[in-house]
Design a protein around this ligand. Structure first.
Ligand SMILES: [Fe+2]
Length: 246
């Protein structure tokens, strides 16, 4: 089995197209998507169109949920512009997405963790606002009851793989579309991968066991940075241009 795992596209259509081209170049046919697909100030509708046309197994992210649950007046700065762009059929697609999905052979797809779509799993904010690897006990606790051998999550935008005491593995492929952001929940913190390339992961499951490759894919990130600059968000522009915030 060869499977490409994408997550946190966040409306970055150019990053998504580059990742899909890379997946095709590798000859991989199976793709799964771990949510937070359209939220952001880039191109929400075009991103949804690309993914909807491919029928990729997809779970719902917290932002996907907020886009269909909240009134636009109470949406945050990432969701409101995406909502303004999306049409009814896009929103209906988001509303129908499951929170988790189990797929053969022994895969569980979720957005943040199997229990909820907002609690960080593999990385957590440290006191200084940077992100660090979460304590093993925290990772184990959120995996309780999940029987799949390979647990796939996104949400932190940080690629990572943690092995649980019983041999199960938790994989985060990183983010396709957003390499840096600032958030105030659960405490003020900054996520930065340090470079602008789109991230995703390839899983190969064969006789030799599980093989995971983290991929970094160049795309026209400066075009997207200029777009967000024009749309009045210098922080998004900075994140897209450099994968870090000043
Ligand atoms: Fe998320």
């Amino acid at each position: 089995m060869r499977l490409a795992v994408i997550a946190d596209v966040h409306g970055n259509d150019l990053a998504l197209e580059a990742v899909l081209a890379d997946i095709e170049r590798l000859g991989i046919r199976e793709i799964v998507n771990l949510g937070d697909t359209v939220s952001g100030i880039l191109n929400a509708a075009r991103t949804a169109d690309i993914l909807m046309a491919r029928n990729i197994p997809t779970v719902r992210g917290n932002h996907d949920r907020w886009l269909v649950e909240k009134h636009p007046d109470s949406m945050g700065a990432w969701d409101r512009p995406a909502h303004a762009e999306l049409q009814a059929h896009h929103l209906n697609w988001l509303a129908a997405l499951p929170a988790t999905l189990t797929l053969p052979p022994g895969l569980l797809l979720c957005h943040a963790n199997p229990r909820d779509d907002t609690t960080y799993w593999l990385h957590q904010p440290a006191d200084d606002g940077s992100m660090r690897l979460a304590a093993q006990a925290h990772v184990e606790a959120l995996a309780t009851g999940a029987t799949a051998n390979l647990l796939l999550c996104g949400h932190t935008h940080i690629p990572g793989l943690v092995t649980l005491a019983d041999g199960r593995k938790v994989l985060n492929p990183g983010s396709v579309g957003c390499q840096a952001y600032r958030d105030d929940e659960p405490v003020s913190h900054i996520v930065e991968t340090g470079s602008p390339e789109a991230r995703y992961a390839v899983i190969t499951h064969g006789d030799a066991g599980l093989d995971v490759t983290f991929r970094l894919v160049p795309y026209d990130h400066l075009a997207q940075a200029r777009l967000t600059e024009r749309r009045g968000d210098p922080e998004w522009a900075e994140a897209l241009a450099a994968g870090r915030l000043a």
